[in-house]
Ligand binder design. Structure first.
Ligand code: 9MG
Length: 266
C-alpha cells in the first residue's frame, strides 16, 4: 500500500492545481513502482498533528481521487476519520476506508457508509487520537489488549453495523498511542493477529519509534522500515503501508521467496 499524503507539507505550493497534479503524479509513480493499493490522506496523523476541518480535507483529497480513479486499476483507499470524507471519497472512486479512528468511534455513521457501499474497511487500533495519543500510552499487556479490541470491533461491525468480515482488514496501529516498547512488542507478537483470518496490515514506514530506537532522522529510516516489513510479512502481514514502494516491494518479494521455501523444509 503506497502512501499519498495530500497535506501542505507534501505537495502544496499554496495552489490547488499544483497540489492535485503533484499528488496524482506521485500516486502513478507508486503504482509503477509496484503499489497494489493507494492510500490517499488529507489530514496528517502524526503524533501532535493539528486536526483539519472537513471542508479542507475534502478540498485536498477529492480532486486527487477523481483524477486518479479512471487511470489506475489498483484499489484506492481513503485515509480519513470523517464519515463525510469517506462518503465523498467512495463516490469519487475510492473503494476502501482506512479508519485510523476505528478505536475511538462513538457512532455508527462510518460503518453504515462502509456497509452501504460494500467498501473495504481497515480497522486500525489506536489509544487516543493523534493530537495527544503519545502523551501517556499505557497497557498492561499490549498484544492482548489490541487483540481484545479486534475481537470486540469485528463482532460489532458484523452484528450491529452489517459490515461482513470479508470486507475487513485489521491493523494494530503501530505508533498510534504506543511507546517504543509497545511498538516493538506488537511487532514481535504479530502472529497472534492472524487468528481472525483477516488480511493483516502493518504500517511502520519512517515512523518515530525507529528514530527512538536507532537515532535515525526521518529521511534515514528506510533500512529499519524494510527490516520491520520483511519480519512482518514472515509473521503473516498481508499489506505493508509504505512511503517507499519500490524498495519495499523488492524487500518483501525476496523475503516471500525465501519464506515459501522455508515452509517446505519445516
Ligand atoms: C494513516 N496511517 C498512518 N500510519 C498508519 C498505519 O500504521 N496504519 C493505517 N491503517 N493507517 C495509517
Amino acid at each position: 500500500m503506497g502512501v499519498v499524503n495530500v497535506t501542505p507539507d507534501s505537495f502544496s505550493d499554496g495552489g490547488n492545481f499544483f497540489e492535485t497534479e503533484a499528488a496524482v503524479a506521485h500516486a502513478l509513480k507508486l503504482v509503477a513502482d509496484g503499489a497494489e493499493i493507494l492510500d490517499i490522506g488529507g489530514e496528517s496523523t502524526r503524533p501532535g498533528a493539528t486536526p483539519v476541518g472537513e471542508e479542507e480535507e475534502l478540498r485536498r483529497v477529492i480532486p486527487v481521487i477523481e483524477k486518479l480513479a479512471p487511470q489506475v486499476k489498483v484499489p484506492i483507499s481513503i485515509d480519513t476519520s470523517k464519515p463525510g470524507v469517506a462518503l465523498a471519497a467512495l463516490a469519487a472512486g475510492a473503494s476502501i476506508v482506512n479508519d485510523i479512528a476505528a478505536a475511538t468511534r462513538a457512532d455508527f455513521s462510518m460503518w453504515k457508509i462502509v456497509a452501504d457501499h460494500r467498501a473495504g474497511y481497515i480497522v486500525m487500533h489506536a489509544q487516543g487520537s493523534p493530537p495527544a495519543m503519545q502523551e501517556k500510552p499505557a497497557y498492561r499487556d499490549v498484544v492482548r489488549e489490541v487483540g481484545g479490541f479486534f475481537s470486540g470491533r469485528l463482532g460489532r461491525l458484523l452484528n450491529e453495523a452489517g459490515v461482513p468480515m470479508e470486507q475487513v482488514v485489521i491493523d494494530p496501529g503501530i505508533g498510534f498511542g504506543k511507546t517504543l516498547e509497545h511498538n516493538l512488542t506488537l511487532l514481535a507478537g504479530l502472529k497472534t493477529f492472524t487468528k481472525w483470518r483477516r488480511p493483516l496490515l502493518v504500517g511502520v514506514s519512517r515512523k518515530s519509534f525507529i528514530g527512538q530506537l536507532l537515532g535515525a532522522d526521518v529521511e534515514n529510516r528506510l533500512p529499519a522500515s524494510l527490516a520491520c516489513a520483511v519480519l512482518a510479512v514472515g509473521d503473516g502481514a498481508n499489506i505493508i503501508r509504505t512511503h517507499d514502494v519500490a524498495a519495499t516491494v523488492q524487500a518483501v518479494r525476496m523475503a516471500e521467496a525465501i519464506y515459501s521455501r522455508k515452509k517446505n523444509v519445516d
